[in-house]
Design a protein around this ligand. Structure first.
Ligand code: TYD
Length: 219
């Protein structure tokens, strides 16, 4: 496919939104056609499914997994694939690793969750997944537990380990970034990794233009 698909993953409160905005600005500054999107809720139907997932009462675990998969199927078919086909860079907040980690792991539904997502998306994998990784203690500990945490009792450190394990299965398609650094440092690491991956895919990389700290550091 002509475009480039980059996904951000990580636990809650690692700063995905800020970093997605920073990367999108850098890509647009470099002249790319950029589509920023998210799961769940990247389409009109997806926003309804997101409401159903987030704000209903109890949702049976298999129903919850299928709602995420339904959101994903529609989102990829109607928004992401068309953007990639016209050559855009798609920057997406969460994708199937979130289902594998939260529904497959925390909900105990196992490997079937991955197969459902692969079926839902006709096998579309990201060109690069940026895993924003940090010790749960450094995240937003002041807020209430979210619903998955409350209902499963799953500890954030297990979620973190599950994401890192995903990345280690296919290191050529992942970059694990230390999200405990400053926002500028994280942004610089992300930009360097995305730039290298774009160039490896035969697309123009990103200018290193002093938007933040250089990845290799200056004294
Ligand atoms: P998100 O909108 O990214 O919120 P946050 O800013 O808290 O990261 O995701 C909302 C929640 O949905 C988050 O707790 C992870 C969960 N989620 C799943 O459990 N499975 C999935 O497949 C996806 C995409 C998200």
């Amino acid at each position: 496919m002509a475009g480039f698909f980059v996904v951000f993953e990580g636990g809650d409160g690692v700063g995905k939104t800020t970093q997605i905005d920073r990367l999108a600005d850098a890509l647009r500054g470099g002249g790319s056609d950029v589509v920023v999107t998210r799961e769940p809720g990247g389409t009109d139907l997806g926003r309804e499914l997101r409401q159903a997932i987030m704000h209903g009462g109890h949702v049976a675990p298999r129903a919850e997994a299928l709602l995420y998969a339904a959101d994903r199927a529609h989102h990829i078919a109607t928004k992401v694939r068309p953007a990639l086909e016209r050559g855009a860079v798609v920057v997406q907040d969460r994708y199937m690793d979130s289902s594998i980690v939260y529904q497959g792991g925390a909900r105990g539904l196992g490997d079937e969750v991955e197969r459902i997502s692969l079926w839902a998306t006709e096998g579309l994998l990201p060109d690069l997944t940026v895993l924003l990784d940090m010790e749960p203690a450094a995240g937003r500990m002041d807020r209430e537990l979210d619903r998955v945490e409350r209902e499963t009792g799953e500890h954030k450190s297990l979620i973190r380990e599950a994401f890192v394990a995903r990345a280690s299965l296919a290191p050529e398609r992942y970059v694990v970034v230390d999200a405990a650094q400053t926002i500028d440092e994280v942004a610089a690491d992300v930009r360097a990794a995305v730039s290298a991956a774009l160039e490896a895919a035969g697309m123009p990389g990103l200018p290193v233009d002093g938007l933040g700290v250089e990845p290799w550091g200056t004294p």
